[in-house]
Design a protein around this ligand. Structure first.
Ligand code: OAD
Length: 245
């Protein structure tokens, strides 16, 4: 793919860069996205119908087991060249903010330091009734297990549809999007708000907005640049073009 020279020049001279990532950046690590066809055991379920408090109330075992399956995939997965390229970018840009909707922790495993997790993290549990957060890696029996503090069901510490986002992370993400010179939207269908509003805020303040995605999204027509392709190929190429050594 040809990266436009004007984009290389802009990134080269930008001090403030914000990046929003979605499930697409982890697709090449073998973690299925939300809105593309699911395969295997879980193909019959719609993830949007599993990731809700109502679904958990109706069938806690089903929702818990779906997350256990996703946890298994994440544990076996490795960060891919797209995650690694963003860690390199962080080291090159003075003021760099990585905002993710992903709950898989692969950005941190790739070496990214400042990651704003808008939708929580799959490696932690909290209890459904009171929200007591457990230490990551604490293994308890049950499907789902019970909270050792209050006896309620445990659930993954992720944000479900209909729930609020972590306030501090959302606040920092909004600020970064409204202060940035360049905003990259990577591997997200750009339809779930409030994350989907972030590139709009960036456009509103005159930032250069770049979309990296093999498919079209509602952002495609509005983005300043569209680099159509898989993040694991496009991001390393972009980083090499802007910071060759
Ligand atoms: P989606 O599954 O909605 O979208 C994934 C996007 O990644 C699509 O636009 C794909 O075209 C794109 N994609 C696929 N492979 C790619 C690749 N190799 N490189 C780059 N892009 C690729 O996932 P999200 O946009 O992350 O929320 O979904 C947003 C939120 O909705 C999720 O965080 C989750 C979900 O339901 C909650 O659970 C609250």
């Amino acid at each position: 793919m040809d990266i436009p020279q004007s984009l290389i020049d802009t990134l080269c001279t930008s001090e403030r860069v914000a990046v929003l990532t979605g499930a697409g950046i982890s697709a090449e690590s073998g973690i299925p996205t939300f809105r593309e066809a699911q395969t295997g055991l879980w193909a019959q379920y719609n993830p949007e119908e599993l990731a809700t408090p109502g679904a958990f109330r109706r069938n806690p075992r089903l929702v818990w087991e779906w997350y256990q399956w996703r946890r298994g995939l994440v544990a076996k997965a490795q960060p891919n060249p797209g995650h690694l390229a963003l860690a390199v970018m962080e080291a090159q840009v003075a003021d760099f903010t990585l905002i993710t909707q992903n709950v898989d922790g692969l950005h941190q495993r790739a070496g990214s330091r400042n990651v704003l997790e808008l939708h929580g993290n799959l490696t932690r549990d909290k209890c459904f009734e009171r929200g007591c957060v457990l230490e990551a890696g604490e293994q308890l029996a049950g499907s789902p297990p019970r909270c050792p503090h209050c006896g309620g069901y445990l659930r993954p510490d992720v944000v479900w549809f209909g729930e609020s986002l972590p306030e501090e992370a959302l606040h920092c993400a909004l600020q970064a999007s409204q202060n940035t010179q360049v905003f990259l939207s990577v591997g997200t269908s750009a339809i779930v708000h409030p994350a989907a509003s972030l590139p709009e805020y960036a456009l509103g303040v005159g930032a250069v907005v770049v979309e990296i995605n093999p498919a079209e999204t509602p952002l495609t027509q509005r983005a300043t640049y569209v680099l159509q392709g898989p993040a694991g190929e496009v991001l390393p190429q972009l980083v090499r073009a802007v910071w060759p050594d």
